[in-house]
Design a protein around this ligand. Structure first.
Ligand SMILES: Cc1cc2nc3c(=O)[nH]c(=O)nc-3n(C[C@H](O)[C@H](O)[C@H](O)COP(=O)(O)OP(=O)(O)OC[C@H]3O[C@@H](n4cnc5c(N)ncnc54)[C@H](O)[C@@H]3O)c2cc1C
Length: 510
């Protein structure tokens, strides 16, 4: 008799939702988390009276009845966490050298906004949104697809846009609709939300992100930790066991039972395993290679990770609202050529500048939940970062990487803060708290492969069948969830756990 029905590895968004889906069906569940705290990128950190989010700035599709809300409803936690709706007229600001575009709630309203800002490009804009409609319709239909070859053939005939854009980068679509470089830049402005320039991003990812946020932006009241806690409370209510400081080091199968071992030994057995650890780690390092089909192993080995980020987490006594900082995120672009700018800040050498960076203030978005001491605010400034810049310190323990690493972080951080002063004047003179994080921090805290922000990078060859979108890995009873399956982003990861958990539940019931 195995110890548990299900062992879930990793407590990120995908792991938590998979665990909850299975626990709600009445099965016994053990969640094993490597770090002292649960949540992965949902886990905030607190220091000196400030609380910072590490992987949640805004989330879409959360209005009552919308798809993410329905998923939370399906998990029974839609009322356990409240979401603050960010200003619907402009919750994500894209600031270019000569104009600013504000993402608003509602596709039609946003189209009109674009047409007003680019009147000569109206045809291109409308053409873009025609393709957008076809792709979003096809993406919705693909979730309902039943049957195998015949179903697939019908789907392809009905949705030719899915085939047309499946292998090409987003830049190809931009070139098709307009040659205006400013409009192209505007249509690629949310690129930091998938960490890829249009020359490399999948069309489906770029369109999917627009679609996600055109329903409006939301932020969890109390921050990402409150969202994480809604899952944890529900899991405990349903009898699940959660263990932190339990890094899984091996997964094996003996007969019909899985044997999962952690760093501290003490193997546990289960009928099924759902792993949220990246597929490169799960299939390349944890699963006994003798039980893994070689084709699956090769597929995992080929996966390239997404790019990482460099963060500055700041506590300040500046009165941010009086300086014009609102609940909207700001993405700064020094130029219109987003492909070229990614080449600069993602170079494998310390960056000479920060042509693209992102600013957000959790304490302005959520002034009610004590994210900063009275009279103070939190700010997070982020930019993309190449793991190679920090790689030589990768094998040293966190906080003991030495002076050269600290000096590099200081240098990059100070320049990033100086660049952000165009939006927050005087910031460098008002730093009450500063902490910098690099892709090594994400590697340490979340076990992200090469510190990647969004799992495997979301290029055309690594989306859909190029990932592990079936949530399976060729071993009966082993399931995958998290950003290595459907893609990065909180909603995609919760959806992956929901769907992997559903598959696992059916398997357990069969
Ligand atoms: C800077 C940044 C900003 C972001 N902003 C947003 C945003 O505004 N909106 C949005 O929707 N998305 C955002 N995202 C993306 C989103 O946060 C992630 O895609 C999502 O949370 C990842 O969930 P996951 O299920 O893949 O798990 P992860 O968060 O990757 O967590 C994995 C967990 O598994 C654990 N683990 C790994 N290996 C093992 C092992 N061997 N044994 C035990 N435990 C293990 C890790 O310790 C970790 O806790 C952002 C990401 C980043 C980096």
């Amino acid at each position: 008799m195995p110890d548990y029905d299900a062992i879930i590895i990793g407590s990120g968004a995908g792991g938590l939702s998979a665990a909850l889906r299975v626990a709600r069906a009445g099965f016994s569940v053990l969640v094993l988390e490597a770090m002292p705290a649960f949540g992965g990128y949902l886990n905030p950190f607190s220091q000196k009276g400030y609380t910072f989010d590490t992987g949640v700035h805004f989330i879409g599709k959360l209005g009552q009845g919308e798809s993410f809300w329905r998923m939370l409803h399906g998990l029974g936690i839609e009322d356990s966490v409240k979401f603050i709706e960010l200003h619907p007229d402009g919750f994500d600001r894209y600031v270019f050298p000569h104009f600013e575009l504000r993402l608003c709630k509602g596709k039609e309203r946003f189209v009109e906004r674009l047409v007003t800002q680019f009147p000569k490009e109206e045809r291109g804009i409308r053409k873009f949104f025609k393709v957008f409609d076809k792709i979003t319709e096809a993406m919705g239909a693909s979730q309902l697809m039943r049957g195998r070859a015949l179903g697939m053939l019908r789907f392809i005939l009905k949705h030719p846009a899915m085939v047309k854009y499946s292998r090409v980068p987003y830049q190809r679509l931009l070139d098709e609709v307009t040659s205006d470089k400013r409009l192209q830049a505007a249509l690629a402005a949310p690129s930091s939300l998938y960490g890829l320039p249009p020359a490399r991003a999948s069309v489906f990812t770029a369109i999917g992100v627009w679609d996600h946020y055109l329903t409006g932006g939301h932020y969890p009241l109390g921050g990402s930790g409150a969202f994480r806690d809604a899952f944890i409370d529900a899991l405990r209510k349903h009898g699940a066991e959660l263990k932190s400081r339990s890094r899984v080091v091996s997964i094996d199968k003996r007969g019909n039972e899985f044997v999962v071992e952690t760093e501290s030994g003490d193997p546990k057995t289960a009928r099924i395993v759902i792993s949220k650890a990246d597929p490169v780690i799960t299939l390349g390092k944890l699963v006994n290679s003798e039980i893994l089909p070689s084709g699956i192993r090769r597929k995992a080995e080929r996966l390239r990770p997404s790019e990482g980020v460099f963060y500055a987490f700041i506590g300040t006594d500046l009165d941010l609202p009086s300086l014009g900082i609102t609940d909207a995120n700001i993405t700064h672009f020094e130029d219109y050529d987003i492909n070229k700018m990614y080449g600069v800040f993602l170079a494998p050498t310390p960056p000479s500048g920060f042509p693209v960076f992102f600013i957000t203030s959790p304490s302005v978005k959520d002034p009610f939940c004590g994210k900063a001491p009275e009279g103070y605010h939190t700010i997070e400034i982020l930019t993309g970062a190449n793991y190679a810049v920090f790689e030589k310190w990768a094998n040293l323990p966190s906080r003991k990487r030495g002076e050269a690493y600290e000096a590099l972080k200081e240098n990059m951080g100070e320049r990033l803060i100086a660049a952000a002063e165009r939006y927050i004047p005087g910031l460098s003179q008002h730093l009450d708290f500063v902490e910098y994080a690099t892709p090594l921090s994400s590697e340490y805290w979340v076990n992200a492969v090469r510190g990647g922000s969004y799992g495997p990078e979301q290029t055309p060859d690594q989306i859909g069948p190029g990932r592990f979108m079936s949530f399976t890995a060729g071993i009966d009873g082993l399931f995958l969830a998290g950003s290595g399956t459907l893609g990065g982003g909180v909603m995609a990861c919760v959806a992956s756990g929901f769907l992997a958990g559903r598959k696992a539940t059916r398997y357990l019931e069969s």
